[in-house]
Design a binder for this molecule. Sequence first.
Ligand code: BG6
Length: 478
Amino acid sequence: MQEDRKALVIFGSTGDLALTKLFPALFRLFNDGNIPEMLDIIAMSRQPLSDEAFIEQLVHHIHEADTTQLQAFIAKITLLTCDIHDRDSFQPLHALVAPSALAIYYYAIPPRLFGKVTDQLHVSGCLNDHSRVVVEKPLGHDLMSARAIHDELSSRLSESQIFRIDHYLGKEAVQNLMALRFGNAIFEPLWRAARIRYIQITVAESVGVGDRADYYDRTGALRDMIQNHLLQLLCILAMEPPARLSPDAVRDEKLKVLQALRPIEAHEVVRKTVRGQYAPSSSSEVLGYLQERGVAGGSVTETFVALKAEINNWRWAGMPIYLRTGKRLHSKCSEVVIQFSDVPIKLFETSGSQMLSNRLVIRLQPHESIKLFVNAKTSGRGMRLEPNALNLDFCDEGKMRRWTAYERLFLDIIAGDLTLFLRSSEIEAAWSWVDPIIEGWEQHMPNPERYSVGSWGPSASDQLLARDGYIWLNSEGQ
Ligand code: BG6
């Protein structure tokens, strides 16, 4: 065994996740010299595939003009065909990983196969105490199924060997949110319900369900986005400062937020949640959800969710946190808006000012930035104020290339840093909060409200905020 030799084994190498996200991220790391020299990449494919056909797919998805670099990257990859139900199929893999001191197995395959692959890896001698396994959502359909997945994984692996990815935690602006909160003292006294009126978290997509109807129609926006990405964003925003930046210190604090979420009981769903489904609009050719290929006729799967969450702890009790996500919305935009309280006396209101209460807007995509809106005097006579943004722009031309979430997370996996990966307790706490909402929907809101393609969602979403006297802020908090 060679001390420095590492193997990264990707199951599901010809699937969408591997081809569109994983290999391009690995290539960019390689291109920048960030992949350890001694890392072998092993691509596992269920279907027998020639090297040439696989390389063609890689080249198609990596979009790289520098063919020398691309060829050098491709040379690092060994393609293996593997039927996960056939034990013998794991022998060639064993021969390849045996010389490595560390083997990382990335399961880019459906969760129903996690248990089987783990068993085969164990039986064929590919797993040891140092091996790491990377898994990705959907980690369950509800609390019970999430526990079943966990039981299968943990029968062969310890918690410290399991890397559960939520790619939102790899986004630059999310990590900057942690930097902003815990690397600056000025925000801490303001970071509480007494100083903030509300928080909005929006993850809006302009795309539809695409080729994933088979998965999506069984899943819906609540399970696909809120249970994981939006709740993780909420955790980073609302957690207490951890004592250290160690995986357990950070994950303990995130878990406390999830556990403090005020349950939305079945009878409250009508008042606190909104379900929508996109429908054709007269002004566009774009298909509605029910017309998409692969969607069941009369499907009641939601493609949009808005809800009002509250955290029942000392810091946040009583302050609303509005979450919203959907497909085929007006534009692709992921944003967190923190609306601070008003000034206690409006000294400048009568002098033609346009002033707003302070607002912090964290834009995750597109164009990652953090803007703090403060009021400043306009030029000239008199005290006329208007909001100005103090702007941290992370996409400035001339700055270093922006990394994608998967690049950052890959390096953490190779380094064995679990800080940005979820613990099973977080997944379970998130499902415990989401499950009663689903039950409530089954009882009280079986049908989603239609919204037009290209809009900001159903009208009930605006009413949800209007009941509290607010509106959704749709772009850079405007
Ligand atoms: C995935 C969801 O986890 O996140 C998709 O399954 C969604 O439905 C995607 O489109 C959004 O990710 P991003 O990084 O494009 O915002």
